[in-house]
Design a protein around this ligand. Structure first.
Ligand code: NAD
Ligand code: IPM
Ligand code: MN
Length: 355
């Protein structure tokens, strides 16, 4: 039988609550579709681990993780005990870089029956992908502080764009657009104000776009692009952005479809040299952690993306049908979607709807 090794890392806060629901649905899908999940849980990459060891992960974390077929991740961060940049640069951001997961793929889709905060929008009106550059750009460790703790303090952080880094994520986005019906790519830019890196980004979009004559493309500055997400979300098919712009757009997009709680993501190393990592877009949500009310759909949809990536397309599609069926049922929805269902009730309903 087909078997997949999965590194399971729940993380902090609601990561620990939604992960069991992701695993529940994954295991159910495995039993129905005839494959096996070999799971290895890790207790690092979370702030409890930091409290015990003074660091987010063991020094040999790569050996501990080994070479799984994929990594299934919850969410990390507990700012009351560990500063966010410490916990995130010590875990998730290291995975993205060390495993060269240079594409962060994040769907934005309005699901049938889910109340849409934008008036008059139907499922189908909002159905696009955000392709986020995931290893460089504004998320750089290049910079520093001069004259610290004086009134002459100077704080600098550079944006880093490399030709290889920009071109490869653009090619991924154009390839994706080419496979879609509308074959349209929108690039997020800010080349009017950020006058070195962003004109470079635009120039590479033109250069790579020329390799895809059948894909149309346009660009918006990020400020008006956020407005367009709200005013005309039906305009988008594939939206590609730098690390920071992609981050912002991938919370805004799902919020326009009802909640960030349903949004999944794939942190992908397309060449398959390193494992890819699948996780919800949302964070550890300290404000609701421990109450059993988090929406598990982002984690469950991430499981579907992971299965698609592993070649189990049928199982992935079945999970998505189950998710749609449950989201269309008001009583099965969690509080972020104006329902009253608990995290595990929602997860169980999706597992049951699977068959
Ligand atoms: P967040 O995504 O954790 O929460 C933002 C808001 O959305 C909160 O009100 C939260 O209750 C709500 N929310 C999020 N997920 C939900 C779900 N599944 N169901 C219902 N409501 C949900 O963002 P934040 O508050 O900015 O960050 C909290 C912590 O998480 C920080 O430490 C941050 O750095 C970290 N974070 C981690 C990741 C990640 O691991 N990928 C992503 C974002 C934020
Ligand atoms: C995300 C998160 C992370 C990011 C944070 C927690 C560092 O917001 O995955 O979208 O900015 O990439
Ligand atoms: Mn984010």
């Amino acid at each position: 039988t087909r078997s997949y090794s999965i590194a399971v890392i729940p993380g902090d806060g609601i990561g620990k609550e939604v992960m069991p629901e992701g695993m529940r649905v994954l295991e159910k899908a495995a039993s129905i579709f005839g494959f096996e999940i070999e799971q290895k849980w890790h207790d690092f990459a979370c702030c409890d681990y930091y409290a015990r060891h003074g660091k987010m992960m063991p020094d040999n974390w790569k050996e501990e993780i080994g070479r799984p077929d994929a990594i299934f991740f919850g969410a990390v961060g507990w700012p009351d005990t560990v500063p966010d940049h410490v916990s995130l640069w010590g875990s998730l951001l290291q995975f993205r870089r060390e495993y060269d997961q240079y594409v962060n793929l994040r769907p934005v889709r309005l699901m049938p029956g889910v109340p849409c905060p934008l008036a008059g929008r139907e499922p189908g009106d909002i159905d696009f992908w955000v392709v986020r550059e995931n290893t460089e750009g504004e998320y750089s460790s290049v910079g520093g502080i001069m004259f610290p703790n004086t009134d002459r303090e100077v704080v600098i952080q550079e944006t880093v764009m490399t030709r290889i880094g920009v071109d490869r994520v653009l090619r991924y986005a154009f390839d994706l657009a080419q496979k879609r019906e509308r074959k349209h790519l929108t690039s997020a830019t800010k080349s009017n104000g950020i006058a070195i890196t962003m004109p470079y980004w635009d120039q590479r979009v033109e250069a790579i776009g020329a390799e895809y004559p059948d894909v149309s493309h346009d660009k918006y500055h990020i400020d008006i692009l956020t407005a367009q997400f709200v005013l005309n979300p039906d305009r988008f098919d594939v939206v590609v952005g730098s690390n920071l712009f992609g981050d912002i757009l991938s919370d805004l997009g799902p919020a326009c479809t009802g909640t960030i709680g349903v949004a999944p993501s794939g942190n992908i190393n397309p060449e398959g040299i390193h494992p890819s990592l699948f996780e919800p877009v949302h964070g550890s949500a300290p404000d609701i952690a421990g109450q059993g009310i988090a929406n598990p759909v982002g984690q469950i949809w991430s499981a579907a993306m992971m299965l698609e990536h592993l070649g189990e397309a049928e199982a992935a599609a079945a999970i998505m049908r189950a998710v749609e069926q449950v989201l269309a049922t008001p009583s099965a929805r969690t509080r972020d979607l104006k329902g009253a269902a608990s995290t595990d009730a929602c997860g169980k309903a999706i597992a049951e709807a699977l068959g």
